[in-house]
Write a protein that binds this ligand. Structure first.
Ligand SMILES: Cc1cc2nc3c(=O)[nH]c(=O)nc-3n(C[C@H](O)[C@H](O)[C@H](O)COP(=O)(O)OP(=O)(O)OC[C@H]3O[C@@H](n4cnc5c(N)ncnc54)[C@H](O)[C@@H]3O)c2cc1C
Length: 511
C-alpha cells in the first residue's frame, strides 16, 4: 500500500537528489526538484568544446546494483535507460620507478600478476588475504550500514536487541582503531602495490593513514561488482535518472536556488527560493551539502550545532580537460600515475593543507571505449589531481598556472607522455574554487566530508534529520558517503525513510 501522497521538495539535482526524486516519485509522492544550476546532475556535468566531450566530474562507475535498485523501484530495467560497458583491467598503474601493473577484476589473476611484479614478497597471497578482509568488511557494511538511515553507531546496531556473540564478533572485526593504510601494509609488503590499494580511499577523498579500516571494503566492492562505463559518459547516468524522474511525474526546476527552509514548531513546511518565492511542502530532501544545509537552510541553534561539530571537508581537486589531436596507445581507459612517496603526498593534502609537490594524477582516456568523445584519432584526456580542501589563503587564480605545470611535468616524467604539450588542441580546467562555487559544497570538497578518525570516521550526518521533522538528507556529505553509488544509495535511503514516516503518520491519522 502506498502512503498518503505528500508533496516533497528535493533541493539539489546531484545524483543523490535525482535518485531520491525517482524513489519518492515511484512511491507515489508529488515531487519538485530544484537546482541552482542550469543543468541537472550536479558534479556529473559535461563539457563540450570544439568536438571534444568531457565528463567534468565522476568518471569511474562502480556498484551498478544501486542504480538497478532505483530503476526497479519504478518497475523499470536499467538496461532500457543506460548502456553499461564493463572495463577489465580496471586501471593501469604507473609508478615513479618506471614500473607498471594493471588492476584486474579477478582476484586470483591479480594475485598472480602481483607475484610476477614483486617476486619473493608473497604479494599475491597477501592480496588474497587483504581481499578476504575486504569481503568480510563489505558483508558487515551491507548488514549494518547500507540501505538504512544511519547517523552513529547506535543506529547501526540496536545494542539491546542485537548484542549477541555474533554481533560482537562483527563489531570486533570492524578493526576499529586500525587504518586503511595499516591494514593494507600488514598484508601486502610491496610499497608500490600498497600505494595502489591505498587509492581506494581516494574515492572518498580521505587519507588512507587516517581512515578507518572498514573502508577497505571498497576494494572488494570493486572486485566483485566491477568498473563500468556508461556509453555517452557518466553524464548519461544523470540523464537517465532525470528521464525516469520526469516519467514518474516529478517536476524539475533548474536555475532555482533555495535560500532557506520554512520551519514551524520544529517541522518543515516549505522552501524559500533566493528569488523570494515561498512554496509549501510536506517534506524536504536536501541534496545540498549536509553541513551547509543545517548552517544555511535551517540556521538557528540547529545550524550552530552542526557548525560546531568536528566534521572535516574531504579533499578537493584540480582537473585538466585536455583535447588531444592524437591518442596515447599505452594508456587504458582509467590510469593512475602515482606520486613518488604516498606518505609525503597524503601529508601535504590532508595534514599540511597544501598541494602535493609530486602528486598522483588520475587519468581518464575514454576514446578507445567511446570514440564519440573526440574527433577521429583524438582523445578527450581528463586529468584529476587531489588537492587540500580550500583554506583561507588559497587563491587558485594565482596558484593554478604553476600547479598545472607540476601536473604536466609529472605526466611527462612518470606516464611516458613526453610530447603531451604538442598534442593539446583544447584545454580547460576546474580548480577547488570552481568546485566550491559551482556545487555549493563545503570548502571546495569533492567528496563531501572526510572519513578521518580510526573509530568513527565512517559516520556522517544521518539521512533522517533528528532536529527538523520532515527534513531528509541525501548526497556525498550525508550517510553513507560520497562517490556515485553511495550518493545514489543515500538518495534511496532518504526517500525510503520519508516514505516510511508518511506511512506511520497515515496509520496514526486512521486510528
Ligand atoms: C572532479 C571529480 C571527480 C570525481 N570522480 C568520481 C569518480 O570517478 N567516481 C565516483 O563515484 N565519484 C566521483 N566523484 C564524486 C561524485 O561526483 C560525487 O560524490 C557525487 O556526484 C555527488 O553527488 P551529490 O548527490 O552529493 O550531489 P552534487 O553533485 O554535489 O550536486 C548537488 C547539487 O545541488 C545543487 N544545490 C546545492 N545547494 C543548492 C540550493 N540551496 N538550491 C538549489 N540547488 C542547490 C548544486 O547546484 C548541485 O547541482 C568525483 C567528483 C568530482 C568533482
Amino acid at each position: 500500500m502506498s502512503a498518503r501522497e505528500t508533496s516533497v521538495a528535493v533541493i539539489g539535482g546531484g545524483l543523490g537528489g535525482l535518485a531520491a526524486a525517482c524513489v519518492v516519485a515511484a512511491r507515489g509522492h508529488k515531487v519538485t526538484l530544484y537546482d541552482k544550476n542550469a543543468w541537472i546532475g550536479g558534479k556529473a556535468a559535461v563539457l563540450h568544446e570544439d568536438g571534444f566531450r568531457f565528463d567534468m566530474g565522476p568518471t569511474i562507475l562502480t556498484v551498478p546494483r544501486v542504480l538497478e535498485r532505483i530503476f526497479a523501484e519504478a518497475g523499470r530495467n536499467l538496461s532500457d535507460y543506460l548502456d553499461l560497458v564493463r572495463l577489465d583491467p580496471q586501471w593501469r598503474c604507473f609508478f615513479d620507478d618506471g614500473t607498471q601493473i594493471d588492476l584486474q577484476e579477478n582476484i586470483a589473476a591479480m594475485a598472480e600478476a602481483m607475484d610476477r611484479f614483486a617476486p619473493g614478497k608473497n604479494a599475491g597471497d597477501g592480496y588474497k588475504r587483504f581481499q578476504e578482509i575486504s569481503a568480510h568488511l563489505h558483508d558487515i557494511s551491507n548488514r549494518f550500514f547500507f540501505w538504512k538511515p544511519v547517523e552513529d553507531l547506535f543506529d547501526t546496531i540496536n545494542i539491546r536487541a542485537n548484542m549477541n556473540p555474533a554481533t560482537l564478533r562483527d563489531v570486533l572485526s570492524l578493526r576499529m582503531g586500525s587504518s586503511v593504510a595499516g591494514t593494507i601494509r600488514s598484508k601486502v609488503k610491496d610499497e608500490r602495490l600498497a600505494q595502489m590499494l591505498d587509492h581506494f580511499t581516494q574515492y572518498v577523498g580521505s587519507s588512507p593513514y587516517g581512515s578507518p579500516a572498514v573502508l577497505c571494503a571498497i576494494a572488494h566492492m570493486q572486485a566483485a561488482d566491477g568498473v563500468w562505463y556508461p556509453m555517452g559518459g557518466t553524464r548519461a547516468v544523470a540523464e537517465a535518472l532525470a528521464k525516469l524522474a520526469t516519467e514518474l511525474g516529478a517536476t524539475i526546476r533548474t536555475d532555482s536556488d533555495v535560500a532557506s527552509l520554512r520551519i514551524v514548531n520544529g517541522a518543515v513546511e516549505g522552501v524559500v527560493l533566493a528569488s523570494g518565492e515561498t512554496v509549501a511542502y510536506d517534506n524536504v530532501i536536501s541534496n545540498m551539502d549536509s553541513i551547509r544545509t543545517y548552517r544555511e537552510l535551517v540556521g538557528g541553534e540547529v545550524g550552530e550545532h552542526y557548525a560546531r561539530k568536528d566534521f572535516e571537508p574531504a579533499c578537493s581537486g584540480v582537473v585538466l580537460y585536455l583535447g588531444l589531436n592524437k591518442r596515447y596507445d599505452h594508456v587504458l581507459h582509467h590510469d593512475f600515475v602515482f606520486s613518488r612517496d604516498p606518505e609525503e603526498e597524503f601529508d601535504f593534502i590532508y595534514r599540511r593543507g597544501e598541494p602535493a609537490p609530486d602528486p598522483t594524477c588520475y587519468l581518464a582516456a575514454p576514446a578507445a571505449t567511446d570514440p564519440s568523445v573526440a574527433p577521429d584519432g583524438g582523445e578527450a584526456l581528463y586529468v584529476l589531481v587531489h588537492t587540500p580542501y580550500l583554506r583561507p589563503h588559497h587563491d587558485w587564480s594565482q596558484m593554478f598556472p604553476a600547479y598545472r605545470q607540476v601536473i604536466i611535468d609529472k605526466l611527462k616524467r612518470t606516464a611516458g607522455m613526453d610530447d603531451i604539450e604538442e598534442r593539446i588542441v583544447v584545454e580547460r580546467h576546474l580548480t577547488p574554487q570552481d568546485i566550491h562555487d559551482r556545487y555549493k559544497v563545503l570548502n571546495g570538497a569533492i567528496y563531501g566530508l572526510a572519513s578521518h578518525g580510526k573509530f568513527m570516521g565512517a559516520f556522517k550526518p544521518g539521512n533522517r534529520s533528528r532536529q527538523v521533522r520532515g527534513l531528509y538528507l541525501a548526497g556525498g556529505a550525508a550517510h553513507p558517503g560520497p562517490g556515485m553509488p553511495m550518493v545514489m544509495m543515500s538518495g534511496w535511503i532518504a526517500a525510503d525513510a520519508l516514505d516510511a514516516d508518511c506511512k506511520v503518520e497515515n496509520l496514526r491519522n486512521v486510528s
